[in-house]
Design a protein. Sequence first.
Length: 399
Amino acid sequence: MKLLSTTIKNNVLQSMERLLDENRTAILKANKQDLDQFDLEDQAMYDRLIVTNAKIDAMITSIKEVRSQEDPVGQTISSQKLENGLDITNKTAPFGTIMIIYESRPDVTIEAAVLAFKANNKIYLKGGKEALHSNKALTNLWHRALEENNLSTNYIQQLVLNRQETQQFLMNPPEKLDLIVPRGGERLIAFVKQHANCAVLVSGRGNNFLFIDEDANWEQSVQVILNAKTAKISACNALDKILISSNIEDYAHKLKDLYKLLSANGVETLVDSKVNEFLTEADPIEDPKIWKEEFLAMKCCLGVVDSLNGAIEKINHNSGGHSATIMTKNKENALQFMEEVDCAAVYQNASTRFTDGGQMGVGAELAISTDKLHHRGPLGLKQLVTNKYYIFGDGQIRA
């Protein structure tokens, strides 16, 4: 692909900031069309669908932040001159063409496109049908920003496809796709992996765990649990599973207090057999597979483990590889937990809600990757490039 100058790319972003601000009424009107047609049974998806003036402000801010960041393309990774005279430089380079598949969140239409474009990639935006009007309004503004700067609208394209059409697109895309990012549940991820003919980077599934160690500050633990579970149930960084050490002081009393507090905050809590011995009124976990589920609801599981190793084993067996927290004052236990738990983000004494590009200093993000190649965690601007070797010679041949 032709490399665009940083100035041209930033000019497009500046145009988009202005257009978003000038077209608030049209954006909100388009979003209302989507909201009016939405089935309110899925509260988490409905929450993600809503666009407000505050969300438009956040969209503008995310573009400004990306515009202010250093251009990730053409950065020197390494450089060396060999004895045979070859001059070899390894530089960052665009992926080429990216596709993102996502549900409900119109702000992804802004964040995904701004990151892909600043990194000199083309992007296909495949949003869900529930956000059709919102995404169309935002994509049209992207096209106006591109046209204002004499660029093709092909850089940012919206796809309106049903499931069968999406399958055909994945199997026979109109051009070479270099990376696909499915942001959604396990069914979507499995569908994309089954049919795609390029690299697929898994993103978005949460099912996050918190372990209360025997050396935890109890009051602090309770506050972190409430924030991680109740602040935003529609987020992939929300808490779903709570494990408590059986060695914690005043164990039975604390179990009851936590259960009552969760119930008072509207959280449905299912408990394992050990907890059920003390909380006989609680609903027991009938199927162990529930430990692997992401809820996206005011719902959690509460269980007991006998050791730190037991907590690590249970988390690694069941979590989505997104985020996990240990509540403890014991630095040695915290370090063991953080080294051995297989998640993209591991915490000591903090809410899983911080697994977010903006909160982690990355800025706008394409997604939270739970894969290990090519990157894990928030996919920010610097992560939307690959690399290329430039070798300069003077007639050298290999013996």
